[in-house]
Design a protein around this ligand. Structure first.
Ligand code: ARG
Length: 512
């Protein structure tokens, strides 16, 4: 690869005699395809490598992380009764499915990667020009610098906790060690994702299968116990059901966290083969599968322990393992590490795609939209996500970020549901290969408004104010860099450097 050209700031790159350009330079030579990455007018295109199976695995494998092994406690605490907790678990699955079906309409109407970002950008065009990109910009601002790296870090941290647990049986493992192991997990996952899309997909498929088998073991163990007649705890039914709606809302927060990730395939629609068919199908296969897994897993927990035992346990799955598996209880931390590693891989994959999509529209420095000329991985954006995720590990209590996460995430899920309705109005005749019944986005919109507003009203905490302030502070960058299009001169040599060092080139959206 002859990487350097004659000009000082020429950010073009030659591959097999074909010149690649950044978006500001004019291409002068016709380009044909290079190795495996298609090139057109000087830009590289990402390849469509995900089929239906890998797409479904991306959804299922990111949704099932550590939540199902930890959250049941929160759901029981909020609902008070066994029966209501099971209802909440199913209801969370239905909400996720509804949300994802609305995203399926958006993803097949606007088949660009980046999920909420791409949809808010399109729906925003209804507003006056100067304000149109604001919702999408603020979403990318919060997601790139907080939400996605935070998710990645939280999952890596659950990996760290469970990976060292067997070595400290009965005592508390040192936090620095847990964090070190978590950082290793982040780096490993990131390296896989930088190396190849194929490898990342294979890793995702493998770990999804592994975690489904782990869930299968728990479910099977539960069935055996139920057949032996252990139904006394399940039979408690609605005993002690909570009356307070705010405590039931808390149960929903915990449940929905375990289901989070239902929107993941929408981040990578440009890499999905035949997205018009496969996106809705993957959603309709993946989310009900996760719902059934979660329901059966909860039944299995309740076949073994009373809700009091469940409430007293910090790691439900571990308590279950000690009861049912006896000596083989060591399997449980292994299951959880496998599960969290897979979820971390999926989160890294999609986090990187969001940065890439936002940079391509000029909402982040252009270099973050470049992809590797041969591997077609969005290297700079993956590296950015990784660095921010590692920085998130530094502060002590990362779990307080989950509160911020739920607040901000549902704010944007709600806005995206609004986009479905806006786009129905502004683009009534655009082809919609999948059309969701209109009540579905309306229901999810109402739920998301409730999930955002209820905690603020019930327990007005200063954190929500800070969180809102942080979201709005993105405008400080929006006004000069997007609205007035100020170019930072010193970024040019930086872009050239990154382009040469990482062998990355500008990319182009390729419609399916
Ligand atoms: N639902 C997952 C869990 O239970 C969290 C996944 C979050 N990742 C994401 N990209 N949304 O651990």
């Amino acid at each position: 690869l002859p990487l350097f050209s004659n000009h000082d700031y020429d950010t073009s790159l030659e591959v097999n005699g074909n010149k690649l350009y950044n978006s500001t330079s004019e291409p002068v030579s016709p380009c044909s395809s290079v190795d495996s990455v298609p090139i057109e007018d000087g830009r590289v295109k990402v390849k469509r490598k995900l089929g239906l199976l890998s797409g479904t695995a991306l959804i299922v494998g990111t949704m099932i992380g550590s939540g199902i092994f930890i959250s049941p406690k929160g759901v029981i605490a909020g609902t008070g009764s066994v029966a209501l907790s099971l209802i909440v678990w199913v209801a969370c699955g239905v909400i996720s499915l509804f949300g994802a079906l609305a995203y399926a309409e958006l993803g097949t109407l606007i088949s660009k990667s980046g999920a909420e970002y791409a949809y808010l950008l399109e729906a925003g065009k209804t507003f006056p020009k100067w304000i149109a990109p604001v919702p999408a910009f603020l979403f990318s601002w919060v997601s790139v610098f907080v939400l996605k790296p935070c998710l990645f870090a939280v999952i890596a941290l659950s990996f760290g906790i469970y990976a060292v647990e067997p070595f400290y049986h009965g005592c508390e493992a040192p936090m620095p060690l847990i964090k070190l192991v978590s950082v290793v997990c982040i780096c490993l996952v990131s390296a896989v994702n930088c190396h190849s899309v194929n490898l990342a997909t294979k890793v995702q498929n493998f770990f999804t299968l592994a975690k489904l088998m782990a869930v299968g073991v728990i479910v099977l163990g539960g069935f055996v116990m139920i057949f032996k007649g252990h139904t006394e705890y399940i039979n408690e039914g609605f005993e002690d059901t909570a009356k307070d709606p705010s405590s039931i809302a808390l149960a929903f927060y915990d449940g929905l966290w375990a289901y989070d990730g239902w929107n993941n395939l929408n981040y990578a629609t440009e890499e999905l083969k035949n997205p018009y068919v496969n996106l809705p199908r993957a959603i309709m296969l993946g989310i009900p599968l996760v719902t059934i897994c979660y329901l059966l897993t909860n039944l299995s927990y309740l076949a073994v322990m009373s809700k009091e035992t469940l409430l007293a346990s910090n790691a439900v799955a571990a308590t279950w393992g000690a009861e049912v598996l006896g000596k083989a209880a060591l399997l449980i931390p292994i299951f959880v590490t496998l599960s969290t590693f897979g979820a971390a891989n999926g989160s890294c994959f999609t986090g990187g795609r969001l940065v890439y999509a936002a940079a391509r529209e000029g909402h982040l420095p252009e270099v973050f939209s470049y992809i590797h000329v041969k591997k077609a991985t969005p290297l700079p954006s993956l590296i950015l996500t990784t660095i921010v995720a590692i920085m998130m590990m530094i502060p002590g209590d990362i779990f307080s970020l989950i509160d911020f996460f739920s607040f901000a995430a549902w704010l944007f899920y709600g806005a995206t549901m609004g986009s479905v309705l806006i786009l129905r109005y502004t683009k009534p005749d655009a082809p919609r290969p999948y059309r969701v019944p209109t009540v579905i986005p309306i229901i999810v919109l109402v739920i998301s408004v409730y999930l955002v507003v209820a905690p603020i009203i019930q327990q007005p905490r200063i954190e929500f104010f800070y969180a809102s302030l942080f979201i709005l502070s993105g405008l400080v960058f929006y006004v000069p860099f997007v609205l007035y299009n100020v170019k930072i001169k010193f970024l040019e040599p930086f872009t050239t450097f990154i382009q040469c060092a990482l062998e990355v080139a500008p990319s182009k959206y390729a419609p399916p």
